[in-house]
Design a protein around this ligand. Sequence first.
Ligand SMILES: Cc1cc2nc3c(=O)[nH]c(=O)nc-3n(C[C@H](O)[C@H](O)[C@H](O)COP(=O)(O)OP(=O)(O)OC[C@H]3O[C@@H](n4cnc5c(N)ncnc54)[C@H](O)[C@@H]3O)c2cc1C
Length: 480
Amino acid sequence: MSRNRTRTGAPAQWSRRKFLGLAAGAATVAAAPRAVRAAAPPDVVVIGAGLAGLHAALLLEEQGATVRVLEGSGRIGGRMYTLDDVPTAPETGGTQVGQFYARVIDTAQRLGVGVVETPPGARFQGFAIHVNGELVAPAQWAASSANRLPEADRRTPPSGLLPGYLGRANPLRALDDWQKPEFARFDVPADEFLKAQGASPEALRLMGNNLNANTLPALSALGLMRSVAIVMAGPQPSKQYEIAGGSARLPEAMAKALKGGVDLRQRVTAIRSRGDSVEVRTADGFRHRARYAVVTIPFSVLRDVALYPAPTALQAEAISSLPYTRITQVHMSARRPFWEDGLPPSMWTDTALGRLFALGTAQNGGHGLVVWVTGPNADALDSRPEAEVATWVKAALKRLRPSTNGEFDVHRVVSWQKNPYQRGAYYHWAPGQVQRLAPHVATPLDRIHFAGEHTAKLMSGMEGAMESGERAALEVLERL
Ligand SMILES: Cc1cc2nc3c(=O)[nH]c(=O)nc-3n(C[C@H](O)[C@H](O)[C@H](O)COP(=O)(O)OP(=O)(O)OC[C@H]3O[C@@H](n4cnc5c(N)ncnc54)[C@H](O)[C@@H]3O)c2cc1C
Protein backbone atom coordinates (compact mmCIF):
# COMPACT_ATOMS: atom_id res chain seq x y z
CA MET A 1 0.00 0.00 0.00
CA SER A 2 1.55 3.30 -1.04
CA ARG A 3 2.04 5.83 1.69
CA ASN A 4 2.04 8.73 -0.72
CA ARG A 5 -1.21 10.14 -1.69
CA THR A 6 -1.68 11.49 -5.20
CA ARG A 7 -4.85 13.37 -5.69
CA THR A 8 -5.76 13.99 -9.29
CA GLY A 9 -9.20 15.47 -8.93
CA ALA A 10 -11.56 17.01 -6.44
CA PRO A 11 -15.28 16.55 -6.28
CA ALA A 12 -17.35 19.39 -7.61
CA GLN A 13 -18.39 22.13 -5.22
CA TRP A 14 -20.91 20.92 -2.66
CA SER A 15 -23.48 22.81 -0.82
CA ARG A 16 -25.40 21.44 2.14
CA ARG A 17 -28.70 22.23 0.45
CA LYS A 18 -27.69 20.54 -2.79
CA PHE A 19 -26.38 17.46 -1.02
CA LEU A 20 -29.42 16.99 1.17
CA GLY A 21 -31.58 17.20 -1.92
CA LEU A 22 -29.42 14.56 -3.56
CA ALA A 23 -29.51 12.23 -0.61
CA ALA A 24 -33.28 12.38 -0.48
CA GLY A 25 -33.78 11.57 -4.15
CA ALA A 26 -31.98 8.66 -5.69
CA ALA A 27 -32.46 9.76 -9.27
CA THR A 28 -30.77 13.07 -8.55
CA VAL A 29 -27.86 11.34 -6.87
CA ALA A 30 -27.31 9.16 -9.90
CA ALA A 31 -27.38 12.18 -12.20
CA ALA A 32 -24.91 14.27 -10.15
CA PRO A 33 -21.71 15.35 -11.91
CA ARG A 34 -18.72 13.16 -11.22
CA ALA A 35 -15.25 14.43 -10.63
CA VAL A 36 -12.16 12.78 -12.05
CA ARG A 37 -11.32 9.57 -10.16
CA ALA A 38 -8.32 9.88 -7.91
CA ALA A 39 -5.53 7.36 -7.98
CA ALA A 40 -4.95 5.30 -4.81
CA PRO A 41 -4.79 6.13 -1.94
CA PRO A 42 -8.42 7.18 -1.84
CA ASP A 43 -10.04 10.37 -0.59
CA VAL A 44 -11.91 8.50 2.11
CA VAL A 45 -11.44 5.24 3.92
CA VAL A 46 -14.72 3.93 5.34
CA ILE A 47 -14.39 1.43 8.16
CA GLY A 48 -17.22 -1.11 8.40
CA ALA A 49 -19.38 -2.60 5.64
CA GLY A 50 -22.70 -2.35 7.46
CA LEU A 51 -25.51 -0.03 6.35
CA ALA A 52 -23.87 3.11 7.78
CA GLY A 53 -20.52 2.56 6.07
CA LEU A 54 -21.95 1.39 2.75
CA HIS A 55 -24.43 4.28 2.56
CA ALA A 56 -21.68 6.80 3.35
CA ALA A 57 -19.40 5.19 0.75
CA LEU A 58 -22.07 5.22 -1.97
CA LEU A 59 -22.94 8.86 -1.37
CA LEU A 60 -19.28 9.86 -1.36
CA GLU A 61 -18.66 8.01 -4.61
CA GLU A 62 -21.75 9.49 -6.21
CA GLN A 63 -20.19 12.87 -5.54
CA GLY A 64 -16.90 11.94 -7.17
CA ALA A 65 -14.82 11.04 -4.13
CA THR A 66 -12.70 7.92 -4.22
CA VAL A 67 -13.45 5.51 -1.39
CA ARG A 68 -12.06 2.32 0.06
CA VAL A 69 -14.21 0.32 2.48
CA LEU A 70 -12.42 -1.85 5.02
CA GLU A 71 -14.44 -4.57 6.73
CA GLY A 72 -13.04 -6.60 9.60
CA SER A 73 -15.14 -9.73 9.21
CA GLY A 74 -15.36 -12.00 6.17
CA ARG A 75 -18.93 -10.90 5.40
CA ILE A 76 -20.70 -7.81 4.10
CA GLY A 77 -23.66 -6.41 6.05
CA GLY A 78 -22.69 -6.31 9.73
CA ARG A 79 -25.95 -6.56 11.62
CA MET A 80 -27.94 -7.24 8.43
CA TYR A 81 -27.48 -10.98 8.43
CA THR A 82 -29.67 -13.60 6.75
CA LEU A 83 -28.71 -17.16 7.71
CA ASP A 84 -28.91 -18.44 4.13
CA ASP A 85 -27.46 -21.83 5.05
CA VAL A 86 -30.23 -22.58 7.59
CA PRO A 87 -33.20 -24.39 5.92
CA THR A 88 -35.71 -21.64 6.81
CA ALA A 89 -33.21 -18.82 5.95
CA PRO A 90 -34.07 -16.79 9.07
CA GLU A 91 -32.85 -13.29 9.84
CA THR A 92 -30.51 -13.11 12.80
CA GLY A 93 -30.10 -9.31 12.72
CA GLY A 94 -32.13 -6.36 11.40
CA THR A 95 -35.44 -7.46 9.90
CA GLN A 96 -38.31 -5.01 10.20
CA VAL A 97 -38.29 -1.97 7.93
CA GLY A 98 -40.49 0.73 9.42
CA GLN A 99 -42.84 2.90 7.39
CA PHE A 100 -40.52 5.93 7.73
CA TYR A 101 -37.34 4.16 6.64
CA ALA A 102 -37.04 6.42 3.58
CA ARG A 103 -33.34 5.81 2.97
CA VAL A 104 -33.58 2.04 3.42
CA ILE A 105 -36.62 1.72 1.15
CA ASP A 106 -35.27 4.14 -1.46
CA THR A 107 -31.88 2.42 -1.61
CA ALA A 108 -33.42 -1.06 -1.79
CA GLN A 109 -35.67 0.03 -4.66
CA ARG A 110 -32.97 1.94 -6.52
CA LEU A 111 -30.59 -1.03 -6.42
CA GLY A 112 -33.27 -3.44 -7.64
CA VAL A 113 -33.60 -5.32 -4.36
CA GLY A 114 -36.97 -3.99 -3.26
CA VAL A 115 -38.99 -4.36 -0.10
CA VAL A 116 -42.09 -6.42 0.60
CA GLU A 117 -44.82 -5.30 2.91
CA THR A 118 -45.31 -7.64 5.83
CA PRO A 119 -49.04 -8.46 5.75
CA PRO A 120 -50.66 -7.35 9.05
CA GLY A 121 -51.91 -10.93 9.61
CA ALA A 122 -48.39 -12.36 9.36
CA ARG A 123 -46.86 -9.80 11.68
CA PHE A 124 -47.92 -11.08 15.00
CA GLN A 125 -50.32 -13.75 16.06
CA GLY A 126 -49.90 -13.34 19.78
CA PHE A 127 -47.93 -15.32 22.32
CA ALA A 128 -48.82 -18.32 24.40
CA ILE A 129 -47.85 -17.15 27.90
CA HIS A 130 -45.74 -19.15 30.32
CA VAL A 131 -45.54 -17.20 33.56
CA ASN A 132 -45.22 -18.22 37.21
CA GLY A 133 -44.95 -21.86 36.19
CA GLU A 134 -48.19 -22.04 34.18
CA LEU A 135 -48.89 -22.23 30.45
CA VAL A 136 -51.77 -19.91 29.58
CA ALA A 137 -53.65 -19.08 26.37
CA PRO A 138 -53.73 -15.33 25.66
CA ALA A 139 -57.53 -15.27 26.01
CA GLN A 140 -57.31 -16.85 29.48
CA TRP A 141 -54.59 -14.52 30.76
CA ALA A 142 -56.81 -11.96 32.54
CA ALA A 143 -58.47 -14.64 34.67
CA SER A 144 -55.48 -16.96 35.08
CA SER A 145 -54.02 -17.82 38.49
CA ALA A 146 -50.58 -17.28 36.87
CA ASN A 147 -51.51 -13.61 36.49
CA ARG A 148 -50.32 -11.85 39.66
CA LEU A 149 -50.74 -8.34 38.32
CA PRO A 150 -52.94 -5.80 40.08
CA GLU A 151 -56.41 -5.13 38.66
CA ALA A 152 -55.34 -2.22 36.42
CA ASP A 153 -52.83 -4.41 34.54
CA ARG A 154 -54.55 -7.81 34.55
CA ARG A 155 -55.91 -7.58 31.02
CA THR A 156 -52.55 -6.63 29.53
CA PRO A 157 -50.39 -9.55 28.34
CA PRO A 158 -46.82 -9.48 29.69
CA SER A 159 -45.45 -8.42 26.29
CA GLY A 160 -47.80 -5.41 26.27
CA LEU A 161 -46.97 -4.03 29.70
CA LEU A 162 -43.95 -1.92 28.78
CA PRO A 163 -45.45 -0.46 25.57
CA GLY A 164 -48.61 0.28 27.58
CA TYR A 165 -46.85 2.15 30.40
CA LEU A 166 -44.67 4.06 27.95
CA GLY A 167 -47.50 4.80 25.54
CA ARG A 168 -49.49 6.43 28.36
CA ALA A 169 -46.62 8.45 29.81
CA ASN A 170 -44.40 9.30 26.85
CA PRO A 171 -44.04 13.08 26.46
CA LEU A 172 -41.86 12.86 23.33
CA ARG A 173 -43.52 13.71 20.04
CA ALA A 174 -40.90 14.93 17.52
CA LEU A 175 -38.06 12.60 16.55
CA ASP A 176 -35.43 14.97 17.98
CA ASP A 177 -37.25 15.66 21.28
CA TRP A 178 -35.08 13.16 23.16
CA GLN A 179 -32.07 15.47 23.17
CA LYS A 180 -34.01 18.59 24.21
CA PRO A 181 -33.18 19.92 27.71
CA GLU A 182 -36.84 19.96 28.82
CA PHE A 183 -36.95 16.16 28.64
CA ALA A 184 -33.65 15.57 30.45
CA ARG A 185 -35.57 14.82 33.66
CA PHE A 186 -36.57 11.46 32.13
CA ASP A 187 -32.93 10.40 31.75
CA VAL A 188 -33.33 8.20 34.85
CA PRO A 189 -33.39 4.43 35.46
CA ALA A 190 -36.38 2.94 33.64
CA ASP A 191 -37.53 0.98 36.72
CA GLU A 192 -37.70 4.18 38.81
CA PHE A 193 -39.72 5.91 36.12
CA LEU A 194 -42.11 2.96 35.78
CA LYS A 195 -42.50 2.70 39.57
CA ALA A 196 -43.43 6.37 39.64
CA GLN A 197 -46.09 5.56 37.03
CA GLY A 198 -47.59 3.04 39.46
CA ALA A 199 -46.02 -0.19 38.17
CA SER A 200 -46.26 -3.00 40.75
CA PRO A 201 -43.29 -5.26 41.62
CA GLU A 202 -44.83 -8.04 39.48
CA ALA A 203 -45.33 -5.68 36.52
CA LEU A 204 -41.71 -4.53 36.88
CA ARG A 205 -40.50 -8.13 37.04
CA LEU A 206 -42.34 -9.03 33.85
CA MET A 207 -41.30 -5.84 32.06
CA GLY A 208 -37.68 -6.56 32.98
CA ASN A 209 -37.76 -9.98 31.35
CA ASN A 210 -37.38 -10.08 27.56
CA LEU A 211 -36.42 -6.43 27.47
CA ASN A 212 -34.82 -5.03 24.32
CA ALA A 213 -32.00 -3.97 26.62
CA ASN A 214 -30.19 -5.69 29.49
CA THR A 215 -32.02 -4.65 32.68
CA LEU A 216 -34.50 -1.91 33.58
CA PRO A 217 -32.24 -0.25 36.23
CA ALA A 218 -29.41 -0.01 33.65
CA LEU A 219 -31.63 1.57 30.98
CA SER A 220 -32.53 5.23 30.60
CA ALA A 221 -36.30 5.86 30.55
CA LEU A 222 -35.61 8.66 28.07
CA GLY A 223 -33.91 6.24 25.69
CA LEU A 224 -36.94 3.95 25.91
CA MET A 225 -39.28 6.86 25.25
CA ARG A 226 -37.30 7.73 22.16
CA SER A 227 -37.82 4.21 20.76
CA VAL A 228 -41.56 4.48 21.38
CA ALA A 229 -41.69 7.92 19.72
CA ILE A 230 -40.08 6.46 16.59
CA VAL A 231 -42.55 3.57 16.45
CA MET A 232 -45.52 5.87 17.07
CA ALA A 233 -44.53 8.44 14.42
CA GLY A 234 -46.99 8.47 11.54
CA PRO A 235 -50.31 6.76 10.92
CA GLN A 236 -51.28 3.82 13.12
CA PRO A 237 -51.43 0.91 12.72
CA SER A 238 -48.16 1.47 10.96
CA LYS A 239 -47.08 -0.36 7.85
CA GLN A 240 -44.09 -2.62 8.04
CA TYR A 241 -41.77 -3.99 5.39
CA GLU A 242 -38.91 -6.44 4.95
CA ILE A 243 -36.08 -6.49 2.44
CA ALA A 244 -37.07 -8.75 -0.47
CA GLY A 245 -35.14 -12.01 -0.42
CA GLY A 246 -33.64 -11.37 3.03
CA SER A 247 -32.05 -8.47 4.87
CA ALA A 248 -28.53 -9.32 3.71
CA ARG A 249 -29.53 -8.64 0.08
CA LEU A 250 -29.53 -4.88 0.73
CA PRO A 251 -25.94 -4.45 1.97
CA GLU A 252 -24.74 -6.96 -0.63
CA ALA A 253 -26.31 -4.88 -3.42
CA MET A 254 -24.89 -1.68 -1.92
CA ALA A 255 -21.39 -3.18 -1.83
CA LYS A 256 -21.76 -4.36 -5.44
CA ALA A 257 -22.72 -0.86 -6.54
CA LEU A 258 -19.51 0.60 -5.11
CA LYS A 259 -16.77 1.35 -7.60
CA GLY A 260 -14.07 0.94 -4.98
CA GLY A 261 -15.53 -2.30 -3.58
CA VAL A 262 -15.06 -3.66 -0.08
CA ASP A 263 -11.89 -5.22 1.31
CA LEU A 264 -12.93 -8.01 3.67
CA ARG A 265 -10.95 -9.38 6.66
CA GLN A 266 -9.32 -6.02 7.33
CA ARG A 267 -9.63 -5.69 11.10
CA VAL A 268 -8.74 -2.13 12.00
CA THR A 269 -6.64 -1.75 15.14
CA ALA A 270 -5.58 1.92 15.04
CA ILE A 271 -6.70 5.13 13.32
CA ARG A 272 -4.45 8.16 13.31
CA SER A 273 -5.19 11.57 11.85
CA ARG A 274 -2.04 13.59 11.29
CA GLY A 275 -1.20 16.45 8.96
CA ASP A 276 -3.17 16.17 5.75
CA SER A 277 -4.09 12.48 5.99
CA VAL A 278 -5.43 9.62 8.05
CA GLU A 279 -3.53 6.39 8.58
CA VAL A 280 -5.51 3.26 9.36
CA ARG A 281 -3.71 0.20 10.65
CA THR A 282 -5.11 -3.29 10.25
CA ALA A 283 -4.33 -6.40 12.28
CA ASP A 284 -2.18 -7.82 9.47
CA GLY A 285 0.21 -4.86 9.88
CA PHE A 286 -1.00 -2.96 6.79
CA ARG A 287 -1.25 0.82 6.84
CA HIS A 288 -3.97 2.34 4.69
CA ARG A 289 -3.83 6.04 3.95
CA ALA A 290 -6.62 8.42 2.92
CA ARG A 291 -7.48 12.07 3.34
CA TYR A 292 -10.40 11.33 5.64
CA ALA A 293 -11.88 8.39 7.51
CA VAL A 294 -15.50 7.50 8.28
CA VAL A 295 -15.57 5.08 11.20
CA THR A 296 -18.73 3.02 11.71
CA ILE A 297 -17.36 0.46 14.18
CA PRO A 298 -19.79 -0.04 17.11
CA PHE A 299 -18.45 1.60 20.28
CA SER A 300 -18.47 -1.86 21.92
CA VAL A 301 -15.58 -2.70 19.56
CA LEU A 302 -14.13 0.76 18.96
CA ARG A 303 -13.11 0.88 22.63
CA ASP A 304 -10.23 -1.44 21.71
CA VAL A 305 -9.10 0.55 18.66
CA ALA A 306 -6.38 3.15 19.22
CA LEU A 307 -7.47 6.65 18.16
CA TYR A 308 -5.24 9.63 17.54
CA PRO A 309 -5.87 12.42 18.37
CA ALA A 310 -7.40 11.18 21.60
CA PRO A 311 -11.14 11.80 21.95
CA THR A 312 -12.32 14.41 24.43
CA ALA A 313 -13.06 13.11 27.93
CA LEU A 314 -16.82 12.84 27.31
CA GLN A 315 -16.42 11.22 23.90
CA ALA A 316 -13.94 8.73 25.39
CA GLU A 317 -16.48 8.00 28.15
CA ALA A 318 -19.16 7.34 25.51
CA ILE A 319 -16.87 5.01 23.55
CA SER A 320 -15.87 3.06 26.64
CA SER A 321 -19.24 2.88 28.41
CA LEU A 322 -22.12 2.91 25.92
CA PRO A 323 -24.08 -0.27 26.77
CA TYR A 324 -25.03 -2.82 24.12
CA THR A 325 -27.99 -5.16 24.46
CA ARG A 326 -26.92 -8.76 24.84
CA ILE A 327 -28.98 -11.06 22.61
CA THR A 328 -28.55 -14.77 22.00
CA GLN A 329 -30.74 -16.58 19.52
CA VAL A 330 -31.21 -20.30 18.92
CA HIS A 331 -32.45 -20.88 15.38
CA MET A 332 -34.47 -24.05 15.02
CA SER A 333 -37.24 -25.74 13.09
CA ALA A 334 -40.11 -27.77 14.48
CA ARG A 335 -40.44 -31.36 13.32
CA ARG A 336 -44.18 -31.29 13.89
CA PRO A 337 -46.89 -28.65 14.37
CA PHE A 338 -46.81 -28.45 18.18
CA TRP A 339 -49.29 -25.54 18.07
CA GLU A 340 -52.02 -28.06 17.43
CA ASP A 341 -52.41 -27.79 21.21
CA GLY A 342 -54.56 -24.75 20.30
CA LEU A 343 -52.11 -22.08 21.49
CA PRO A 344 -50.22 -19.64 19.26
CA PRO A 345 -46.85 -21.12 18.21
CA SER A 346 -44.94 -18.13 19.62
CA MET A 347 -44.44 -18.07 23.36
CA TRP A 348 -43.55 -15.40 25.95
CA THR A 349 -42.03 -16.79 29.14
CA ASP A 350 -40.66 -15.41 32.39
CA THR A 351 -38.08 -18.21 32.37
CA ALA A 352 -34.47 -18.33 31.20
CA LEU A 353 -35.81 -19.41 27.80
CA GLY A 354 -37.13 -15.90 27.13
CA ARG A 355 -39.27 -15.82 24.02
CA LEU A 356 -39.98 -18.29 21.24
CA PHE A 357 -40.91 -16.71 17.92
CA ALA A 358 -42.50 -18.58 15.03
CA LEU A 359 -40.95 -17.16 11.88
CA GLY A 360 -42.03 -16.94 8.28
CA THR A 361 -45.38 -18.60 8.76
CA ALA A 362 -46.16 -18.15 5.07
CA GLN A 363 -42.90 -19.58 3.72
CA ASN A 364 -42.22 -22.22 6.33
CA GLY A 365 -45.65 -23.28 7.56
CA GLY A 366 -44.69 -21.89 10.97
CA HIS A 367 -41.91 -24.43 11.40
CA GLY A 368 -39.11 -21.87 11.47
CA LEU A 369 -38.51 -20.89 15.10
CA VAL A 370 -36.12 -18.82 17.11
CA VAL A 371 -35.56 -18.76 20.84
CA TRP A 372 -34.59 -15.19 21.67
CA VAL A 373 -33.05 -14.30 25.03
CA THR A 374 -31.69 -10.98 26.22
CA GLY A 375 -29.59 -9.53 29.07
CA PRO A 376 -28.93 -11.89 32.02
CA ASN A 377 -30.76 -14.77 30.25
CA ALA A 378 -28.37 -14.37 27.31
CA ASP A 379 -25.41 -14.45 29.72
CA ALA A 380 -26.72 -17.71 31.19
CA LEU A 381 -27.12 -19.28 27.74
CA ASP A 382 -23.70 -18.05 26.62
CA SER A 383 -22.09 -19.66 29.66
CA ARG A 384 -23.20 -23.13 28.49
CA PRO A 385 -20.87 -25.05 26.17
CA GLU A 386 -22.40 -24.61 22.69
CA ALA A 387 -22.78 -28.37 22.27
CA GLU A 388 -25.10 -28.42 25.30
CA VAL A 389 -27.34 -25.55 24.18
CA ALA A 390 -29.45 -27.67 21.82
CA THR A 391 -30.13 -30.30 24.50
CA TRP A 392 -30.95 -27.66 27.08
CA VAL A 393 -33.34 -25.75 24.79
CA LYS A 394 -35.16 -28.90 23.71
CA ALA A 395 -35.58 -30.06 27.33
CA ALA A 396 -36.74 -26.60 28.47
CA LEU A 397 -39.28 -26.35 25.65
CA LYS A 398 -40.61 -29.83 26.36
CA ARG A 399 -41.12 -28.84 30.00
CA LEU A 400 -42.77 -25.48 29.22
CA ARG A 401 -44.80 -26.62 26.23
CA PRO A 402 -45.43 -30.39 26.46
CA SER A 403 -46.89 -30.54 22.91
CA THR A 404 -43.43 -29.78 21.52
CA ASN A 405 -42.10 -33.03 22.97
CA GLY A 406 -38.63 -31.58 22.35
CA GLU A 407 -38.96 -32.37 18.63
CA PHE A 408 -36.84 -29.63 17.11
CA ASP A 409 -33.83 -29.43 14.88
CA VAL A 410 -31.43 -26.85 16.24
CA HIS A 411 -29.57 -25.20 13.36
CA ARG A 412 -27.55 -22.33 14.76
CA VAL A 413 -26.82 -20.47 17.97
CA VAL A 414 -26.02 -16.78 17.46
CA SER A 415 -24.66 -14.74 20.35
CA TRP A 416 -24.24 -11.14 19.19
CA GLN A 417 -22.08 -10.31 22.20
CA LYS A 418 -19.68 -13.14 21.38
CA ASN A 419 -19.18 -11.77 17.86
CA PRO A 420 -15.82 -9.94 18.04
CA TYR A 421 -16.97 -7.34 15.49
CA GLN A 422 -20.19 -6.48 17.33
CA ARG A 423 -19.97 -7.39 21.02
CA GLY A 424 -23.67 -6.81 21.41
CA ALA A 425 -26.80 -6.42 19.30
CA TYR A 426 -27.51 -2.70 19.48
CA TYR A 427 -26.67 0.18 21.80
CA HIS A 428 -28.98 1.75 24.33
CA TRP A 429 -28.56 4.62 26.73
CA ALA A 430 -27.80 4.02 30.40
CA PRO A 431 -29.43 6.43 32.90
CA GLY A 432 -27.85 9.88 32.69
CA GLN A 433 -26.04 9.18 29.43
CA VAL A 434 -28.46 10.93 27.09
CA GLN A 435 -27.84 14.22 28.80
CA ARG A 436 -24.16 13.73 29.43
CA LEU A 437 -22.84 11.82 26.41
CA ALA A 438 -25.27 11.99 23.46
CA PRO A 439 -23.98 15.37 22.22
CA HIS A 440 -20.43 13.97 21.97
CA VAL A 441 -20.76 10.62 20.20
CA ALA A 442 -20.31 11.89 16.64
CA THR A 443 -17.83 14.73 17.11
CA PRO A 444 -15.11 14.38 14.44
CA LEU A 445 -11.55 13.85 15.65
CA ASP A 446 -9.62 16.00 13.23
CA ARG A 447 -10.00 14.02 9.94
CA ILE A 448 -11.77 11.08 11.55
CA HIS A 449 -15.57 11.17 11.25
CA PHE A 450 -18.03 8.86 13.02
CA ALA A 451 -21.17 7.10 11.85
CA GLY A 452 -23.16 4.02 12.84
CA GLU A 453 -26.59 3.47 14.42
CA HIS A 454 -25.24 4.72 17.76
CA THR A 455 -24.63 8.19 16.30
CA ALA A 456 -28.06 8.77 14.68
CA LYS A 457 -30.04 11.79 15.83
CA LEU A 458 -33.52 11.06 14.51
CA MET A 459 -34.08 7.42 13.59
CA SER A 460 -32.72 4.20 15.05
CA GLY A 461 -31.88 0.72 13.74
CA MET A 462 -31.30 0.33 9.99
CA GLU A 463 -32.63 3.77 9.11
CA GLY A 464 -30.58 5.36 11.90
CA ALA A 465 -27.48 3.66 10.50
CA MET A 466 -28.13 5.12 7.05
CA GLU A 467 -29.03 8.54 8.47
CA SER A 468 -25.68 8.57 10.26
CA GLY A 469 -23.80 7.49 7.13
CA GLU A 470 -25.39 10.35 5.23
CA ARG A 471 -24.44 12.86 7.92
CA ALA A 472 -20.83 11.64 7.99
CA ALA A 473 -20.61 11.70 4.17
CA LEU A 474 -21.84 15.29 4.19
CA GLU A 475 -19.29 16.29 6.84
CA VAL A 476 -16.48 14.86 4.72
CA LEU A 477 -17.78 16.28 1.42
CA GLU A 478 -17.79 19.75 2.93
CA ARG A 479 -14.07 19.38 3.67
CA LEU A 480 -12.87 17.70 0.45
C1 LIG B 1 -30.85 -9.16 16.57
C2 LIG B 1 -31.04 -7.83 15.90
C3 LIG B 1 -32.30 -7.44 15.47
C4 LIG B 1 -32.47 -6.20 14.86
N1 LIG B 1 -33.71 -5.87 14.37
C5 LIG B 1 -33.87 -4.70 13.72
C6 LIG B 1 -35.09 -4.40 13.07
O1 LIG B 1 -36.01 -5.23 13.03
N2 LIG B 1 -35.22 -3.18 12.45
C7 LIG B 1 -34.19 -2.27 12.45
O2 LIG B 1 -34.36 -1.18 11.90
N3 LIG B 1 -33.00 -2.56 13.00
C8 LIG B 1 -32.81 -3.75 13.62
N4 LIG B 1 -31.59 -4.07 14.15
C9 LIG B 1 -30.54 -3.05 14.14
C10 LIG B 1 -29.88 -2.87 12.75
O3 LIG B 1 -29.57 -4.13 12.21
C11 LIG B 1 -28.61 -2.06 12.97
O4 LIG B 1 -28.94 -0.85 13.64
C12 LIG B 1 -27.86 -1.67 11.69
O5 LIG B 1 -27.77 -2.76 10.80
C13 LIG B 1 -26.49 -1.17 12.13
O6 LIG B 1 -25.73 -0.77 11.00
P1 LIG B 1 -24.30 -0.10 11.26
O7 LIG B 1 -23.71 0.11 9.94
O8 LIG B 1 -24.44 1.04 12.19
O9 LIG B 1 -23.48 -1.19 12.08
P2 LIG B 1 -22.97 -2.64 11.64
O10 LIG B 1 -23.96 -3.30 10.78
O11 LIG B 1 -22.58 -3.31 12.90
O12 LIG B 1 -21.67 -2.33 10.78
C14 LIG B 1 -20.42 -2.11 11.36
C15 LIG B 1 -19.40 -2.95 10.61
O13 LIG B 1 -18.12 -2.70 11.18
C16 LIG B 1 -17.39 -3.91 11.15
N5 LIG B 1 -16.31 -3.83 12.13
C17 LIG B 1 -16.38 -3.92 13.47
N6 LIG B 1 -15.18 -3.79 14.01
C18 LIG B 1 -14.31 -3.61 13.00
C19 LIG B 1 -12.89 -3.40 12.93
N7 LIG B 1 -12.13 -3.36 14.03
N8 LIG B 1 -12.33 -3.23 11.71
C20 LIG B 1 -13.08 -3.26 10.57
N9 LIG B 1 -14.42 -3.46 10.59
C21 LIG B 1 -15.02 -3.63 11.79
C22 LIG B 1 -18.43 -4.96 11.50
O14 LIG B 1 -18.02 -6.26 11.12
C23 LIG B 1 -19.65 -4.45 10.73
O15 LIG B 1 -19.73 -5.04 9.45
C24 LIG B 1 -31.37 -5.32 14.72
C25 LIG B 1 -30.10 -5.72 15.13
C26 LIG B 1 -29.94 -6.97 15.71
C27 LIG B 1 -28.57 -7.41 16.12
